[in-house]
Design a protein around this ligand. Structure first.
Ligand SMILES: Nc1ncnc2c1ncn2[C@@H]1O[C@H](COP(=O)(O)OP(=O)(O)OP(=O)(O)O)[C@@H](O)[C@H]1O
Ligand SMILES: [Mg+2]
Length: 496
């Protein structure tokens, strides 16, 4: 069989920094080909070059043996190559249907009159293939991130591509949505569609993919058929060394109760949520997407109105009406939505990291850029953030590295209580381990940590206790020693 895509010696630099160095990659029809590598390795850039979004500095791209030069994504799409991007491209003020048909509306001949009914029907059909029912007229911005992602997926599927590139499509999806997506992918594979699949989730890769290619620091490391390789080998290819145990042991046990939340309720979903966190303890929060996990911590942090409930820190009741109160009480919050809440994309890495702790970095109100720089450098090193300089704009960092900036930003305020909402989403395995190490260091300093995660291995590996949320209530709080995937899932789905 001949490859449908053949990329040879692709190189690319951004303002003098080489991010792809002689990368070659063949993709065959009917295969799901995983593209793996640490954050900043060049995966998204390579795919943007393939789809005409970025121009390459050198190398050739062939589609079915013929050399191509795509000028933009539209040309690539015409040649049968579609992409689901890592960052959502939904236009929030347009409807779901308008997003689906953006730039390719159905009209009556050349009259320009829109075939609204037909487009509505097609939108519904495509979405129902993905197992979701959304009204085509709904404003896209009002959808959950997961549903927005599903609309993007439906949009890409609607192009009937021969090559489909999926850049971390599952990061925001629920387990059920992921299962549906996998079914669709299996169907496409049977029809001979080639899929390039980018994900940091090893379990998904080993379950779904036929071959894996690895990039490291912009260089091609190798390609392995899935049955001839192991997770350890792939990790070694990605990281360049053995990683050892992913979840480091915590030798100190938790101290006395630090934070107590009693009967926290919200206007929408939350009902009498009560829990406590000890000094140096990690309380994992599990539950299905939409169960109210983020609502709980947002309410606790004062970022959402509460309709009832009390918060105690070291036994004393505290009033938290807004995030300022929360910060004053020593609470830091790494949000799940780094793009809209966590970062100012047009600002430098240094400035973003110093945002929440301008006080400690300033002298009588004047920000010390020296201190700011030193602090930024410290976190760039510790979290191994890939940026050519602390002055680089955050928007030019790879997705996972942006996540690390968010984390660095909040660690700077030396919190007493740290809330982490999906801290390792989109983060590569080496950095995951780094984040776990930092969590453990913080627990040793007595920080109380609340960690929401959709990755059960992470919840199980890192938590001392696990609070499972179901429909806005606490379904169960399970000790680490009694917890397993089954009883967490059971509680999360409302089972006994
Ligand atoms: N538009 C840009 N301008 C400048 N540098 C860029 C730009 N796009 C990407 N880069 C840099 O290129 C390198 C590769 O980034 P890329 O987004 O391809 O990584 P990735 O492998 O997709 O990582 P992740 O797993 O975090 O998504 C990074 O160092 C990034 O900072
Ligand atoms: Mg990427």
């Amino acid at each position: 069989m001949k490859p449908i895509i053949s990329m040879t010696n692709i190189s690319k630099s951004f303002s003098g920094n080489k991010v792809l160095n002689d990368v070659s990659l063949d993709i065959f029809p009917g295969e799901i080909h995983a593209l793996m590598g640490e954050n900043g390795a060049g995966k998204s850039t390579l795919m943007k070059i393939l789809t005409g979004i970025y121009s390459k500095d050198g190398g050739t791209i062939e589609v079915n043996g013929a050399t191509v030069h795509f000028k933009d994504a539209k040309e690539a799409e015409h040649a049968g190559i579609s992409v689901i991007h890592q960052e959502l491209n939904i236009i929030p003020y347009l409807s779901v249907m308008e997003n689906m048909f953006l730039g390719k509306q159905l009209t009556y001949g050349k009259t320009g009159i829109l075939k609204t009914a037909a487009m509505k029907k097609e939108t519904k059909r495509r979405l129902s293939q993905l197992g979701i029912a959304i009204e085509p007229e709904k404003t896209a911005g009002d959808l959950s991130v997961g549903h927005q992602q599903m609309v993007e997926i439906a949009k890409a599927l609607a192009t009937d591509a021969k090559v489909l590139i999926m850049d971390e499509p599952t990061a925001a999806l629920t387990d059920r949505e992921i299962e549906t997506l996998f079914k669709v992918m299996n169907g496409l594979r049977k029809q001979g569609v080639a899929i390039v699949y980018i994900s940091h989730r090893m379990e998904e890769i080993f379950r779904m993919c036929d071959r894996i290619s690895v990039l490291r620091d912009g260089k091609y490391i190798g390609t392995k058929p899935i049955q001839d390789t192991t997770m350890d080998e792939i990790i070694k290819m990605m990281v360049g060394r053995e990683l050892g145990d992913l979840f480091p042991d915590r030798d100190k046990s938790a101290g006395k109760e630090f934070l107590r939340v009693e009967d926290l309720s919200g206007p929408d979903l939350l009902e009498n949520v009560s829990f406590s966190v000890k000094e140096g303890e990690v309380l994992g929060v599990a539950g299905l997407m939409g169960a109210g996990r983020s609502e709980i911590v947002e309410t606790l942090f004062g970022a959402r109105a509460k309709s009832g409930g009390k918060i105690f820190i070291e036994g004393k009741q505290v009033k938290i009406k807004n995030p300022f109160d929360a910060k004053k009480a020593g609470i830091a919050f790494v949000t799940e939505d780094r793009k809209s809440e966590g970062l100012i994309l047009g600002m430098s890495v240094r400035k973003n990291m110093s945002l929440p702790n301008l006080k400690t970095l300033s002298n009588q109100g004047i920000i010390s850029s020296k201190r700011e720089k030193a602090s930024a450098r410290n976190f760039i090193d510790r979290l191994n953030i890939k940026t050519h300089s602390p002055e680089a704009d955050v928007k030019n960092l790879s997705g996972g590295n942006q996540q690390k900036v968010v984390i660095g930003k909040w660690l700077g305020i030396n919190p007493k209580i740290l809330i982490l909402d999906e801290p390792t989403r989109g983060v590569d395995i080496g950095a995951k381990k780094e984040i776990y190490n930092i969590i453990n260091e913080l627990t040793e300093q007595g920080v109380a940590i609340i960690m929401i995660s959709s990755e059960l291995p992470e919840v199980l590996g890192m938590s001392d206790r696990i609070m499972v949320i179901h429909e806005g209530r606490v379904a169960r709080i399970i000790d680490k020693k009694d917890a397993n995937q089954e009883n967490i899932m059971q509680a999360a789905t409302g089972g006994e």
